[in-house]
Write a protein that binds this ligand. Structure first.
Ligand SMILES: O=c1ccn([C@H]2C[C@H](O)[C@@H](COP(=O)(O)OP(=O)(O)OP(=O)(O)O)O2)c(=O)[nH]1
Ligand SMILES: [Mg+2]
Length: 176
């Protein structure tokens, strides 16, 4: 059964900007464009305007995600990926792009698609402070505790973080 789309009000700050659109019916993200042309040198970042502002229903948020094609072809990433657009935000949606290519500049023309907006329901939680958390199978293991690392950059003797030791990660890797 096809679900009914969520209604989101949109204001076109730039009257010529296209309404964000899904490339295909099943896509998660609607493409956002830049309303300003820009050229980014290697390593340079910029905050680009999209020409739109939205009003999300309460209980929703929109997330500004990178576009994979731009990332693969040009090394363009979003500094804060995914950017979070709060339900109460009425300002222009901006996209914080960075050119991660070490050699080539990247140029965006007006109305180039630079990111995609994914709208999702989000839970509001109430935090309850306790002295001890309930146990779990993972417990405090994190940051590579399950092994399978591709990186060789783990310091000899393991790493410590937040009081946890990750020496076993090092021996897993060295044993391969
Ligand atoms: O990629 C993004 C991320 C955020 N925003 C807008 C919408 C969001 O509601 C607001 C604040 O974003 P966030 O909470 O991530 O930034 P902050 O640094 O915590 O700012 P604030 O103190 O205003 O919450 O900025 C964008 O336009 N694009
Ligand atoms: Mg914030």
């Amino acid at each position: 059964m096809t679900r009914r789309p969520v209604d989101v009000l949109i204001r076109l700050i730039d009257p010529d900007v296209p309404v964000p659109a899904y490339g295909h019916p099943g896509d998660a993200g609607a493409d956002l464009v830049t309303t300003e042309a820009a050229e980014l040198a290697p390593g340079e970042r910029a905050v680009l305007p999209t020409g739109v502002s939205i009003a999300l229903p309460d209980g929703y948020a929109a997330f500004v995600h990178p576009r994979s094609g731009l990332a693969a072809r040009c090394g363009v990433a979003l500094v804060n990926a995914p950017g979070t657009v709060d339900a109460g935000y009425r300002g222009e949606i901006k996209v914080i792009v960075v050119n991660l290519d070490p050699r080539e500049s990247v140029r965006f023309e007006r109305f180039d698609r630079i990111a995609q907006l994914v709208v999702q329901q989000v839970e509001k939680v109430r935090f309850h402070e306790v002295a001890e958390l309930p146990g779990s199978a993972r417990a405090e293991g994190g940051f590579g505790s399950t092994g399978g690392h591709a990186s060789a950059d783990v310091a000899e003797g393991g790493i410590t973080h937040g009081g946890n030791s990750y020496a076993s990660v090092v021996s897993d890797r060295e044993g391969q």
